[in-house]
Design a protein around this ligand. Structure first.
Ligand code: NAD
Ligand code: UDP
Length: 319
């Protein structure tokens, strides 16, 4: 396949590009580097099957010459500090950016994959979350620029499927972590790991009783590839159903890093979801997918990766 990956220089996107190349596909990566990093794709530039274009996918229809067999639309800020800093850009890439990416798929008769999010469930009243739950989102809250952009992205993707017959698939990704994250991205795993490695206090928001379910990046990318290669329309949850409180995560990170960092409590951000755990029955039934990497093993690999980058890790403390 020749696959266009928007957001391909980001955390998940660059892993996806590598997996596709390893499976002998051609990859066209489009990224404006707003939250992604050139260094994530630099090692791929020598591969003649890989192209990188620095461009904003929300600015204009995407001119991709040549054949396109699939479009994986991952472009969007994803970390709360990033989308708070770029609220209008987040709405633009979720709305116009998604439409331009869909138009590209429609023009080429290509498979379209939307990277949606567990955030479409908001602060869920149903637990665990299965795909038929419609969500509980504050449309004017601080997280709405991300949540509602993704809800719109799901709606427009579904409409292109129904009205224009585009072969679309939607995945709802739950918190994913691993090597390749930006040390200063502000997400909980990167924050705790960099804080622990720097010997700084781990910043737990609220009392740490809110829960998340953390998926290791290799598992997640395997799910993206399975979805891309199928004709399953979704939405399909992709995530690890092992649920942890944030305080538990802090303790696991201290154990894995061997750190004696203190735990420091900070105010809980407004509208922070209280709990989140995917029901992954549909992914198992329709894609034969289930996560395989445990928290302890995934965190061990992640910590090892960060340990090998001490300058970046100590710079994160200043960010
Ligand atoms: P990331 O910030 O590392 O990657 C996003 C990439 O999109 C970056 O490289 C950024 O530069 C690029 N981008 C943003 N706006 C763009 C635009 N207008 N034009 C071109 N490129 C643009 O985040 P990530 O964790 O890799 O997330 C990738 C996708 O997966 C996002 O759509 C995100 O919403 C979704 N997702 C991720 C998670 C997670 O836990 N990592 C969870 C749910 C959903
Ligand atoms: N969080 C925290 N300390 C941090 C960063 C985040 O306690 O330094 C909490 C945050 O309030 C949320 C959870 O960890 O309850 C996951 O946050 P993240 O930003 O990683 O993802 P999201 O809220 O989008 O699930």
């Amino acid at each position: 396949m020749r696959v266009v990956v928007t957001g391909g220089a980001g955390f998940l996107g660059s892993h996806l590009c590598r997996w596709l190349l390893a499976a002998d596909h051609e990859v066209v990566c489009i990224d404006n580097l707003s939250t992604g990093r050139r260094r994530n794709v630099d090692p791929l530039l020598g591969d003649r099957r890989f192209e990188f274009h620095q461009a904003d996918v929300a600015a204009a229809p995407l001119p991709v010459p040549g054949r396109v067999d699939a479009v994986a639309h991952l472009a969007s800020p994803a970390s709360p500090p990033d989308y708070h800093r770029m609220p209008l850009e987040t709405l633009a890439v979720g709305s116009r950016g998604t439409e331009y990416a869909l138009q590209l798929a429609a023009r080429h008769g290509a498979r379209f994959l939307l990277a949606s999010t567990s955030e479409v469930y908001g602060d869920p009243e149903v637990h665990p979350q299965s795909e038929d739950y419609w969500g509980h989102v504050n449309p004017v809250g601080p997280r709405s620029v991300y949540d509602e952009a993704k809800r719109y992205a799901e709606a427009v993707t579904t409409a292109y499927g129904r009205r224009l017959g585009v072969d679309v698939g939607i995945v709802r990704i739950f918190n994913t972590y691993g090597p390749g994250m930006r040390p200063e991205d502000g997400r909980v795993v990167t924050s705790f790991v960099t804080q622990a490695l720097n010997g700084d206090p781990l910043t737990v928001y609220g009392d740490g009783s809110q829960t998340r379910s953390f998926c290791y990046v290799d598992d997640l990318v395997r799910g993206l590839v399975a979805m891309l290669s199928s004709s399953v329309p979704g939405p399909v949850n992709l995530g690890n159903p092992v649920e942890r409180t944030v305080l538990e995560l802090a303790q696991i990170v201290r154990e894995v890093t061997g750190s004696h960092s203190a735990i420091e409590f900070h105010p809980l951000p407004e509208n922070d979801p209280t709990r989140r755990r995917p029901d992954v029955t549909r992914a198992a039934q329709q894609l034969g997918w289930r996560p395989e990497v445990s928290d302890a093993e995934g965190l061990r690999r992640t910590v090892e990766w960060f340990r090998a980058r001490p300058a970046e890790v100590s710079a994160a403390a200043a960010a």
